[in-house]
Design a protein around this ligand. Sequence first.
Ligand code: UFG
Length: 346
Amino acid sequence: MKQKILVAGGTGYIGSHTTVELQNAGYEVVIIDDLSNSNIEVLDGIEKITGKRPAFIQLDLKDKAGTLKALQAHPDIKGIILFAASKAVGESVQKPLLYYRNNIETLLNLLDLMPEFGVEGIVFSSSCTVYGQPDPEYLPVTENAPIKPAMSPYGNTKQINEEIIRDTIHAGAPFKSIILRYFNPIGAHPSAEIGELPLGVPQNLIPYLTQTAMGIRPELSVFGDDYDTPDGSCIRDYIHVVDLAKAHVIAMDRMLNNKTEENIEIFNLGTGTGVSVLELIHAFEAATGVEVPYKIVGRREGDIEKVWANPEHANKVLGWKTEESLTDTLASAWKWQLKLRERGIM
Ligand code: UFG
């Protein structure tokens, strides 16, 4: 029988790609999303790709009574993947209480309700932000690198959520958890039926870059070229969102089908390669043949100079590794931007 998975935040960027991979792997998906930062039409994209429309409940997961009702309607849910969260670093500095409330209450409600419904595992969306700027001896970053004080309320919610899960499991909760620390997810499904759709002016590099390439923005600002890196711009580990999505399917299978003895596990999800902002711009130009006008401006406050993953733990233990090249990843981001134009969205 198909196992049923609740994807909390399933109409969002990573959630929608993960729903596609879960359905392709034979899972049945129920999405809960409040649509505060995503669009109901994402369900059409998922259906076009997989031939199946996931069940959908529009709900804010801070609403515990509503969450209880949703679980009563689907009492056979076996696993949960929690994406639903606020994620803008800058906004979190302005509105900390919003971030603490959204990102923590949601998790508390789900953890509280899981035992009653026999939900066996939860995959949590964490971030390499928990490592802050790792000291040089910890680059590339393994899961054992020290956790640094968070640079923003957003980052702090990721750390606190990890601790809440750890403490709950140590206290004997009857479920397992896998915490996935993402590096920088970019790109879109190769069909261009789903992708990243930021509201307003994009804060992240790739949507800003593709909108600039499209002529929507006059030029891309590169935040700093005086860092201690080979070309002076910041270094990140950019991972194709489809590769990232596939890791969630493996993690879920591992928990639900008894492929691990551990009650809680943590994995870094990255490619293992650091790429600078300037390298990324030039790789995009080479992948698409489209020029990206850019200028160097001052550093962005709070930016980490360089961080990239050591993904060996996930490679060995999950049997997962990234498959997509940076070129294909950037080409997919561009194809998605072209699709948005074609659909008259942007
Ligand atoms: N950058 C620019 N110009 C832009 C936007 C970004 O030069 O217009 C640079 C940034 O300075 C940084 C790199 O591009 O060096 C990547 O920036 P992003 O904003 O795309 O991503 P971050 O690494 O800053 O942050 C991302 C997520 C956060 C998460 C963090 C760590 O957006 O949610 O990774 O996990 F917390």
